[in-house]
Design a protein around this ligand. Structure first.
Ligand code: AHR
Length: 497
């Protein structure tokens, strides 16, 4: 099969906000305890942070990490996680039915984030708590000194404020599983009043209101419209959460799921614009896709035995086809760079994650680590409009699915053009012709490819290199015309300069 594309350096979608390469670490499973933090591990530093995990995360250049939840935040009293560790409470944690030791809290996470070279996207509890706890937390974290909560932070050993800029107003408050779930009106009113108070403490913060937990929630769309109607002037972002799986083992349909994500983004943007129109506002609400991923174990219940400390949970082992799906989602996010300004793959380590650690043992990387690594490394700059002509297929839930999912990014500073492309055809290689003549004379830096004879191939702790990208895909460039061969079921990064 064959596809064509025209990209012109003068026709752009938007500059990419680096925060689309964000991620998420929740107090869930072994993400915190046993993931980023494992005192006694051979690589742990004096604070218990695993250096091998830090290194793998630094390589991903993750610009922002959402913390501490997730469902966890809706029952979390942040005061339990600060101050002398010896005095911290062991508590029953109701989101995941575990025991929370509170060994890691806000200050430890801030320390860790500095080492990881990332910003923190803090979430406040709007499940069991509200305005008071949230504004106190902003005061504790961001106010320099001279008030009760800021001085308490200083007494805990943190003279300088953390200056967290981005804050989520609760998490998935529409979900019946959420501690303190709310109707759209209940949530919208609470979020608005909480946002006001938080901003009065620190006017420089940015706020994210909860959208629906997923596009399939019965209240989807009405929820967004009502919440925004009640919070419009106080918030900057509306959140989207999107998880996909191939539990039906229908790979053509699974790989087409980026069309669902595309529709989801378009719909939420339309709702934001509807409320903007209604309010005759000059302000545009941006989107924060602050949970997205392939999640095959979704729906499996909480830990079978209650009240364990950090039991392994949702430790999905990702396949080659999962990596292709992640690639398609990354491309879709980039195609909406004008509207999606933050996105967090959920999650980062051990729990539905690209990075896995063995307790007391080594770290290994999942198949999904690689598209993320490539996008975050080479997908910086401006997304270009691309005119693609490709053969299409129909799957169980979608019609007219282009066999290619692709996006082009121009990094003006480096003078580099990068084309990301997934060939969704499971049997045939694709010949891909790209007209890049507007860039003048470009040459090929490399064509990275992730391919595998086995769609179900995985990396595991014992065989960590079964799904690995290689440089050496087949691409020729001649007078502004690129001719690439995209092997069947492959993720490709074509780098030109
Ligand atoms: O990422 C795992 C969970 O998925 C989060 O806690 C929740 O927000 C979502 O339902």
């Amino acid at each position: 099969i064959r596809a064509n594309m025209l990209v012109d350096k003068n026709f752009t979608v938007s500059v990419i906000d680096p925060r689309v390469y964000g991620s998420f670490i929740e107090h869930l499973g072994r993400a915190v305890y046993g993931g980023i933090y494992e005192p006694g591990h051979p690589t742990a530093d004096a604070n218990g942070f695993r250096q091998d995990a830090l290194e793998a995360i630094r390589s991903l250049r993750v610009p922002i990490i959402r913390y501490p939840g997730g469902n966890f935040v809706s029952g979390y009293n942040w005061e339990d996680g600060v101050g002398p560790k010896s005095e911290r409470k062991r508590l029953l944690e109701l989101a995941w039915w575990t025991t929370e030791t509170n060994e890691v809290g806000t200050n430890e996470f801030a320390d860790w984030a500095k080492l990881a070279g990332t910003e923190v996207m803090m979430a406040v509890n709007l499940g069991t708590r509200g305005i008071d706890a949230a504004r106190n937390l902003v005061e504790y974290c961001n106010h320099p000194s001279g008030s009760y909560w800021s001085d308490l932070r200083i007494s805990h050993g943190y003279r300088d404020p953390h200056r967290f800029k981005t804050w989520c107003l609760g998490n998935e408050m529409d979900g019946p599983w959420q501690i303190g779930a709310k109707t759209a009106v209940e949530y919208g009113r609470l979020a608005n009043e909480t946002a006001k108070a938080m901003r009065w403490v620190d006017p420089t913060i940015e706020l994210v209101a909860c959208g629906s937990s997923s596009r399939s929630m019965p209240t989807f769309a009405d929820w967004e419209a009502t919440v925004l109607d009640l919070t419009y002037d106080q918030v900057d972002f509306l959140s989207l959460h999107a998880y996909y799986n191939n539990n039906e083992n229908d790979t053509p349909n699974f790989l087409a799921r980026s069309m669902d994500l595309d529709q989801f983004i378009q719909s939420v943007a339309a709702i934001c614009d509807y409320v903007q129109a209604k309010k005759r506002s000059k302000k545009k609400i941006m989107l924060s896709l602050d949970e997205w991923n392939v999640w095959n174990s979704i729906g499996s219940s909480r830990a079978s035995e209650r009240w364990q400390v950090a039991p392994p949970e949702f430790e999905d082992v990702y396949t080659h086809e999962d990596a292709l799906a992640v690639g398609c989602f990354l491309i879709t996010i980039l195609k909406h760079a004008d509207r999606v300004k933050m996105a967090c793959i959920a999650q980062l380590i051990n729990t539905i994650a690209p990075i896995m650690t063995e307790t007391d043992g080594p770290l290994w990387l999942q198949s999904t680590y690689y598209p993320l690594l490539h996008a975050s490394t080479f997908g910086r700059g401006t997304v270009l409009l691309s005119n693609v002509d490709a053969p299409k297929y129909d799957s169980k839930d979608y019609t007219d699915v282009p066999y290619i999912e692709t996006v082009s990014v121009f990094d003006e500073e480096q003078g580099q053009l990068t084309i990301f492309a997934v060939n969704r055809h499971l049997e045939e290689n694709m010949e891909f012709d790209i007209d890049v003549r507007s860039f003048g004379d470009l040459r090929l830096i490399e064509h990275i490819v992730l391919e595998n004879n086995d769609l179900k191939a995985t990396n595991t702790k014992t065989a960590p290199n079964r799904v690995l990208p290689k440089s050496g895909g087949h691409t020729k460039v001649d007078q502004g015309r690129v001719n690439a061969i995209l092997s069947r079921a492959s993720w490709n990064v074509i780098r030109l300069q």
